[in-house]
Design a protein around this ligand. Structure first.
Ligand code: GRF
Length: 200
């Protein structure tokens, strides 16, 4: 299964995926392409270290969102990509793009969705006072962070937590969960019925 990973920044989830592939823990998935929306993304270093084909698609070089998304779509199609993994990709994809790749795009989000979608998650989690947070891998649909949920991991919120300390503990779980989900999808162990996702 040919996979593209889309990033915009640090790339620690990308690194976890590439490590899993290297250790033969990614099932039938092959990471064929890395796309970064940011020419200065630190994560590009990981792509380089693992000798991965990388494309920088900077929004500054595209007139508008429609042009950007159609360029991205043609790159993915030219490379026969079957699964698109958003790993800290800081762009909202257009409705037509997500409809075209229905159930072929997954995203990792650092909260227990549907709680705390969007940005500044850990600050909002701490302000609200919930006792548990975590991470979610979900299919991407037209609603931001609103697609069918594939898998979640729970992290306890501690009294002394800051947004950074909570984010760091959640990130450890993200790095395990995202490669696991990619593996399962590549082994065809995941099926979707409306909003309900079955994982075997
Ligand atoms: C992660 O916390 C992920 O859940 C969110 O963006 C962050 C990306 O981190 N969508 P990294 O670039 O993978 O280090």
């Amino acid at each position: 299964m040919k996979v593209a990973v889309l990033i915009s920044g640090r790339g620690s989830n990308l690194q976890a995926i590439l490590k899993a592939e290297n250790n033969k823990k990614l099932g039938n998935a092959e990471i064929n392409l890395i796309v970064s929306s940011n020419p200065n993304a630190a994560g590009l270093e990981f792509a380089k270290n693992y000798n991965k084909y990388t494309i920088v698609l900077d929004p500054k070089n595209h007139a508008d969102k429609t042009k950007y998304d159609s360029k991205l779509k043609s790159i993915l199609l030219e490379n026969n990509i079957e699964l698109i993994v958003l790993a800290g990709f800081m762009r909202v994809l257009s409705h037509s793009f997500v409809d075209y790749f229905k159930n072929q795009i997954i995203n990792i989000h650092p909260s227990l969705l549907p709680a705390f979608p969007g940005l500044n998650i850990h600050e909002r989690v701490l302000d609200y006072g919930v006792k548990y947070s975590g991470c979610t891998v979900h299919f991407v649909n037209a609603e931001i962070d609103g697609g069918p949920i594939i898998a979640q991991r729970v992290v306890e919120v501690l009294d002394g937590d800051s947004p950074d300390s909570l984010a760091a503990r959640i990130l450890v779980k993200e790095h395990i969960l995202l490669p696991e989900v990619i593996k399962k999808i590549s082994e065809k162990k995941i099926s979707v019925n409306q909003r309900r996702v079955k994982v075997n």
